[in-house]
Design a protein around this ligand. Structure first.
Ligand SMILES: Cc1ncc(COP(=O)(O)O)c(C=O)c1O
Length: 394
């Protein structure tokens, strides 16, 4: 495949002022990804700091209750900082440091990526600025304070819908004004090349571990791997290692919000069309004129109007399937997994759980499903209580 492209998707549709920096980033990454010292340092950060490898947990009660396929959960929620975002952030922050950068900047939606970036900056002694839609700073106030505790400055973004897409715009703008000492730690498998490749590579540790773990526990591969999809980094992370295994179904769960037939959803594959935005060619929720549509999900991390270009390619080639999951279904799954397995997962991850609940009973007990639990749900508890009309006196 042509470098920087996944079929027709991907590319570098970006302001000229950033092109030299992207070329340099690709060169440095190509060097460091094969550098023994870099890989040793990153593995130490993964294992000694982030808590890898993450568990592959057999959800026995859920399996018995659903009465079909055996369900395993890949526990990225147990990582330091509470989600898969730390894998990519440690990789990029270490790379930035090697490149001589002293400052990192990031966009964030749910706040998990911002918290992870602030954490890595604290650890590696770098300055950190995080851009977050004002709407999200209110939905995820606890994460704003967490970032500040970690020494980062959080900038509420008031343009557009004041959510994730606007935070990406603002961070890109900021990066273009100050590339000399600053690296943009992009939080998902999106944006211009080489970001979708770099983020995928750093997240692919999830699938590599999951494959080795399931082979050790069960001696065979799963029938399906399920993950939620915002930009798509936890999904690409767990899918990538399984792409050559054609009998393994790869299923991404998008946020259908209040329904794919309402204007309030973020289901890019179900409702989107091909376009160019945030430096990449992919699928986007947009109007006939190419204006990006306002999107909505109960989950700030899935509230994004696009999808990473490699997912667009996996969709077009039929290698992966993408299904919409509504707010109601995700909240039910959030409550179900808490009650059944004693795990309060992120509302993003609950979208993937919801699909497992749907398909497990239709499969044989010989079959295995792996669901990626991309994060923990502490950040969502207050919002879910509100959704259920419960007053918990925050
Ligand atoms: C816990 C969690 N899961 C999933 C996502 C969605 O991102 P991605 O699709 O890149 O994995 C986010 C984003 O903030 C998140 O915090």
């Amino acid at each position: 495949m042509e470098t920087g492209r996944f079929g027709e998707f991907g590319g570098q549709y970006i302001t000229e002022t950033l092109m030299n920096e992207l070329i340099r980033l690709e060169k440095e990454y190509e060097f460091y990804k094969n550098d023994e010292e870099f890989n040793k340092e990153l593995t130490t950060l993964f294992n000694e700091y982030a808590g890898r490898p993450s568990l592959l947990y057999y959800a026995e009660k859920m399996t018995k209750d659903l009465g079909g396929a055996k369900v395993y959960l890949k526990r990225e929620d147990l990582n330091h900082t509470g989600s898969h975002k730390i894998n990519n952030v440690l990789g990029q922050a270490l790379l930035a440091k090697k490149m001589g950068k002293t400052r990192v900047i990031a966009e964030t939606g749910a706040g998990q990526h911002g918290v992870a970036t602030a954490t890595a900056a604290a650890l590696l002694g770098m300055e950190c600025d995080v851009y977050m839609g004002k709407e999200d700073t209110e939905r995820q106030a606890l994460n704003v304070y967490r970032m500040e505790l970690l020494g980062a400055r959080v900038h509420p973004v008031t343009s557009g819908t004041m959510t994730l897409k606007d935070a990406v715009n603002e961070t890109m703008r900021e990066w273009a004004t100050r590339v000399s000492d600053t690296h943009y730690v992009l939080g998902s498998v999106m944006g211009p090349h080489p970001f979708p490749m770099i983020v995928r590579d750093f997240q692919s540790v999830i699938g590599k571990e999951a494959k080795a773990q399931i082979l050790e526990k069960e001696g065979k591969l799963p029938k399906a791997v399920i993950a939620c999809v915002g930009g798509g980094s936890n999904a690409m992370g767990i899918f990538h290692e399984f792409i050559p295994d054609e009998d393994v179904a790869l299923i991404g769960c998008e946020a259908a919000g209040r329904g794919v037939d309402t204007p309030q959803n973020a289901a890019t594959i179900a409702n989107g069309s091909k376009g160019i935005f945030h430096g990449m060619k992919s699928y986007f929720c947009q109007d006939d004129m190419g204006q990006i549509a306002p999107v909505y999900s109960i989950s700030a991390g899935l509230d994004y109007p696009g999808i990473g270009p490699e997912h667009a390619y996996l969709h077009d080639t039929g290698r992966a399937t993408y299904v919409p999951v509504t707010d109601d279904e995700a909240v039910e799954a959030f409550e179900y997994i808490a009650r059944t397995e004693g795990i309060i997962c992120a509302i993003e991850s609950a979208h993937a759980i919801s699909h497992a609940i749907k398909i497990a009973p239709t499969m044989s007990p010989e079959d295995i499903i792996i669901v990626n639990i991309s994060g923990r749900g502490d950040k969502d508890v207050a919002a879910i209580a509100r959704y259920r009309g419960i007053d918990i006196h925050e």
